[in-house]
Write a protein that binds this ligand. Structure first.
Ligand SMILES: NC(=O)c1ccc[n+]([C@@H]2O[C@H](COP(=O)([O-])OP(=O)(O)OC[C@H]3O[C@@H](n4cnc5c(N)ncnc54)[C@H](O)[C@@H]3O)[C@@H](O)[C@H]2O)c1
Length: 437
């Protein structure tokens, strides 16, 4: 890959477009508005609070990432969204019950001013929802054209210079690739014929890619994981990445599993269960949407542990993931893990993890980083799958033929090395030369 000769400066405003104005989107928007006013700090956001070491350890150069890479500033972000419910961001944030009034009151008016555009929504892809704030059209191709028009109009009326899109809409039913997904031509035919294998999320992604707007996929939907999307992304010089924000239990899994493997401890089983009561939980109560999530959650462990290389340690693991909709908990999810490991002479041990987390609080900073890094990628001339952003996803999208990297420490190194490389700095390999001096 060629190093970018120049990276366009982040001049003007950046439109962050969010399909789905639910718990995650409103938590993100509120956090950015509060941070701008100095009323909160963007905890959990690598782009805002993280640093990056440059050069040798003795050089003492460790700038903040946002000062090192030319990222858009929080002050320059304008938010746009779509939803099948007409609630504005204030109403939706109140409904989601993620934030206390002390975080909502100071930005009430700004939240109320963010109103969703009508959604592209065919209900058969998200069985538990029905709404009236939706587009109508004879074909899916018509709907894509309406979405493209939305994007252009939003950029114009908000005074933005450019846009990025992060999917924060619901999880759709599990879909597999079909003929219609194989090329631009086949996909466009499918749009005209209302092909059932083209769900709502693909309509947004297609509209974005046509407009050269980077698309990050926060749900386990198939969306940009198909050859037609990648062909279009290449053609329009647009970055894509996904899928499924890595926040709670899978985040824990990709922290712990690399450690067990590094120490060559064996594993017999990993049982994960969750209770959550937000709208996301309600959608995931549908078996079709759960299947998408389950597939996304199961992959990480196997890739990290590489049972084919270590059959005696990881060749016989029982891995189970459960999600239970339990309304009293709202957005405050509880994820339990029971891990059966074994050590020297096969002696068994157990580890229990009980993560009392907050789903949207964990997801919001990831959405911010993905928006800012996707915009950076676009300005640097990157296109297609952005593997360096695997850090943020449960099921990282890869170039065809490659396995995804799930180990969060490798993902973090890859992200930072990509930034160093992009900016003409030396890569850090952690290889010292003190052994020879
Ligand atoms: N919060 C997390 O930790 C986390 C982690 C990984 C993935 N996710 C995913 O992020 C997404 C958002 O999560 P959330 O908690 O905000 O859910 P949510 O249910 O609160 O919000 C999703 C919103 O999307 C809207 N929507 C659904 N289909 C749409 C469409 N076609 N067009 C426009 N709007 C549409 C819904 O009406 C809803 O308002 C979900 O898919 C979830 O699975 C969340």
């Amino acid at each position: 890959m060629k190093r970018p000769e120049t990276i366009k400066k982040p001049e003007g405003k950046l439109a962050v477009l969010l399909p789905g104005l639910g718990a995650v989107s409103t938590t993100l928007i509120a956090g950015v508005l509060l941070a701008r006013k100095g009323l909160a700090s963007p905890v959990g956001s690598l782009s805002q609070t993280g640093t990056i070491r440059l050069g040798k350890r003795t050089d003492n150069r460790t700038p903040r990432i946002k000062e090192f890479a030319p990222l858009a500033a929080l002050d320059d972000i304008v938010f746009g969204s779509w939803d099948l419910f007409p609630d504005n961001a204030l109403e939706s944030a109140l409904h989601a019950e993620v934030l206390d009034s002390k975080h909502i009151d100071p930005i009430k008016d700004e939240l109320a001013a963010i109103k969703p555009m009508t959604a592209a929504f065919y209900p058969e892809y998200v069985k538990r929802l029905s709404g009236t704030h939706v587009k109508t059209g004879a074909t899916k191709a018509d709907i894509v054209e309406q979405l493209r028009e939305d994007i252009r109009t939003f950029i114009k009326t908000s005074g933005a210079d450019r846009a990025v899109c992060v999917w924060c809409g619901s999880t759709e039913i599990f879909l597999e690739q079909t003929e219609a997904h194989q090329s631009i031509k086949a996909f466009e035919k499918g749009l005209l014929e209302n092909d059932p294998s083209i769900p709502n999320s693909m309509l947004y992604a297609w509209a974005c890619l046509k407009e050269g707007v980077p698309y990050a996929n926060g749900a386990p939907n198939l969306t940009v994981d198909i050859p037609a999307m990648l062909e279009l992304a290449r053609e329009t010089q647009t970055p894509v990445c996904g899928k499924d924000f890595k926040t709670g239990q899978t985040f824990m899994k990709t922290l712990l599993a690399p450690g067990f493997k590094a120490r060559m401890l064996g594993m017999k089983g990993w049982f994960s269960t969750n209770i959550l009561g937000n709208r996301d939980g309600e959608v995931l109560d549908d078996p079709g949407s759960f299947k998408s999530k389950e597939v996304s959650k199961l992959g990480a462990l196997e890739q990290i542990l590489q049972p084919e290389l270590y059959p005696e340690l990881y060749g016989d693991i029982y891995h189970k993931v459960r999600i239970n909709y339990y309304p009293p908990r709202g957005d405050a999810k509880e994820g339990w893990d029971n891990i059966d490991i074994f050590g020297w002479l096969n002696y068994p041990m157990q580890i229990k993890v009980d993560f009392l987390c907050r789903d949207s609080i964990l997801a919001a900073p990831l959405v911010l980083d993905l928006a800012l890094f996707s915009d950076l990628g676009k300005r640097a001339g990157f296109r297609g799958v952005q593997e360096w952003l695997s850090f943020y996803f449960k099921s990282p999208q890869t170039a065809s033929g490659l396995y995804p990297e799930h180990d969060i420490f490798i993902q973090s190194m890859k992200l930072k090395n990509t930034l160093r490389w992009m900016m003409g700095e030396e890569l850090i390999t952690h290889l010292g030369n003190e052994y020879y001096d």
